[in-house]
Design a protein around this ligand. Structure first.
Ligand code: GLN
Length: 380
């Protein structure tokens, strides 16, 4: 058995969802919305299933989805992408990340990672033979610094795996951060794999800026997007990958031997959805922002110390003011004793663990949030 895999724990999201079910807890752990997603997009998928779109689609994705992806990201992010050479559809963003690492990392290559980070990153980097080099981001800003990047980059750096907006911190990297990172990538001739799945879930009027648009990055960026996050349909697992033709050719080789394709009925529905008018995307953001504000206000009134949330489905609470210094133990008590599931943020660190921050998913109906708040009153 591969020792990397036998040493792995079950994903914290799976563990917490299981505990939430066992203890009939309000599940604010794993990030998925209560909202059922746009009815017209779901209807398109159902119609496509019944209309016979059920055999293998082209390996690179349905032409209509590749085109819709290029048009969508031109409109929203000013990217000029050739749908035939620079867009590919994968079975979720996680497949895209795994495939990109398999395609681009050779044994002994160094991969720069920013912690806290999504739990899949390190095992995938290691399995590809990569050596992780961590940049540790610290609360409350979780921003980059030249010193930290200089320590992590070396002549062996091949890839940077960068998540913006950042899960779990709910922060967004500044323009200065993006320019700094772009400069390091260019100087070290590194490829940036950009997990930008939260790009549409940003608040307070923010507009997402992709790393691919920074100077020198167009040819060295793999941009990864997720229909699951764009349409609140997290189980669909439809990812969109964008990269210059030279990179895309090797990414496609990985994809063809991992999943080969992605369900065509879902692809047809996503192609339709990406063309929805601006109001849909703005409305979605406004709804999530309202839920964020409701939950943040409730927590603050209960005396919790809430960290700012600029995007994603999440907001974080600093438990140090409660006299707590073990986020795992606190979350354990919260789910078993108080009936609320949350995620300890230390699960997202490999080296410089922060032990006093807990992540809650607020992408829920008001009644779910209110019920969680009632239970959280007893947990202070
Ligand atoms: N992206 C989701 C989160 O951060 C989890 C996805 C999963 O369960 N693997 O909560």
């Amino acid at each position: 058995m591969n020792p990397i895999f036998s040493a792995l724990q079950t994903s914290v999201f799976e563990v917490m969802s299981r505990l939430a079910n066992e203890h009939r807890a309000v599940n604010l752990g794993q990030g998925f919305p209560d909202d059922p997603g746009p009815e017209d997009v779901r209807r398109k998928a159902a119609d496509a299933v019944m209309g016979g779109w059920n055999q293998y689609p082209p390996m690179m994705g349905l032409p209509e989805l590749r085109k819709a992806t290029a048009t969508h990201f031109k409109h929203w992010q000013g990217l000029d992408l050739d749908p035939d050479a620079e867009v590919m559809v994968t079975s979720g963003a996680t497949e895209a990340i795994a495939g990109a690492l398999m395609a681009l990392v050779s044994p002994g290559d160094e991969v720069v990672l920013f912690e806290p980070m999504y739990d899949a990153y390190v095992p995938l980097v290691r399995r590809a033979g990569g050596i992780p080099k961590f940049v540790t981001l610290k609360p409350p800003h979780f921003g980059l610094s030249e010193e930290a990047l200089a320590q992590a980059f070396s002549p062996k750096t091949r890839v940077v795996l960068f998540n913006n907006p950042l899960n779990p911190t709910a922060t967004i990297f500044s323009d200065a951060d993006l320019d700094l990172l772009a400069d390091f990538c260019v100087r070290h001739d590194a490829v940036a794999i950009c997990d930008e799945v939260w790009e549409h879930v940003v608040f307070d009027g923010h507009r997402h800026r992709p790393l691919m648009n920074r100077p020198g990055m167009r040819e060295r960026t793999v941009k990864i997007s997720s229909a699951g996050k764009i349409f609140s349909l997290t189980g669909w697992k439809v990812g969109m990958v964008m990269a210059a033709p030279e990179l895309m050719r090797v990414l496609a080789k990985a994809h063809q031997y991992i999943t080969f394709t992605t369900p065509p009925n879902l692809q047809a529905a996503v192609a339709y959805g990406l063309g929805k008018e601006d109001g849909y995307f703005e409305g979605m953001r406004a709804d999530f922002q309202r839920s964020r504000d409701r939950f943040a206000k409730g927590l603050t009134e209960l005396g919790y110390s809430v960290l700012p949330s600029k995007g994603t489905y999440f907001l974080n609470v600093d438990i140090a003011p409660l006299g707590e210094s073990d986020d795992v133990a606190w979350c354990q008590r919260l789910v078993t004793g108080n009936g609320v599931a949350a995620i300890p943020v230390s699960a997202f660190y490999a080296e410089g663990a922060v032990r006093n921050v807990v992540r809650f998913c607020f992408a829920k109906h008001d009644a779910t949030l209110d019920s969680a708040l009632e239970r959280l009153e007893a947990a202070r």
